[in-house]
Design a protein around this ligand. Structure first.
Ligand code: ZN
Length: 181
């Protein structure tokens, strides 16, 4: 039960952060949030039984802090892509490699918009060519993530739950495996 994750939405329905089921139930209990989507799971204490939510929405608006500088590194690129190969959709966890969509040898830059997570097989197949030349297609266009907290949510995208989808940004739309709510 403790591994269950709940998506917290801002008052404006924008995704804010991911928390534990326990914390979400407390937020509901003290009246700071409302249920948006429920799971079929129930959390029991000696005196009560509470349906575990999947998505909750805060009653108040949380101003998102100005995003701390988002480091451009392998870890964050993998998080952005939910540890999913951007060519074949395979989820490879931390073993994933980083690929330059337009190879450096062809003038491709090392920037958010030109690097993606790729499994070893696709990376090897692609080599120093453009995706089209070797018959590979990107699942989606790489972009710079909006903020660090957003990145945290995207990292869950590979195992997020079906009913989170409509609240998540387009970047998280195409994940390979989706659990039930
Ligand atoms: Zn691949």
């Amino acid at each position: 039960m403790d591994s269950r994750r709940v998506l917290i939405l801002n008052q404006t329905f924008e995704p804010l952060v991911v928390c534990s089921a326990r914390r979400a139930v407390v937020l509901l209990f003290v009246g700071k949030a409302e249920r948006v989507e429920d799971t079929s799971q129930v959390m029991r204490s000696p005196s009560t039984a509470v349906t575990v939510p999947s998505v909750i929405r805060l009653h108040h608006f949380v101003r998102q802090p100005v995003a701390p500088t988002l480091s451009f590194n392998k870890k964050n690129i993998l998080k952005r892509d939910a540890y999913t190969c951007q060519y074949c959709g395979r989820n490879g966890g931390e073993r994933m490699t980083i690929d330059h969509v337009i190879p450096r040898s062809l003038g491709g830059r090392t920037v958010w918009e030109n690097v993606v997570s790729a499994c070893r097989t696709c990376n090897l197949k692609k080599g120093n060519k453009s995706p089209g030349e070797v018959g590979l297609r990107l699942l989606r266009k790489p972009t710079r993530p909006r903020s660090a907290s957003y990145l945290g949510i995207l990292a869950y995208a590979s195992h997020h739950y079906e009913c989170w989808r409509k609240y998540l940004p387009a970047e998280a739309e195409k994940s390979s495996t989706v659990g039930n709510c």
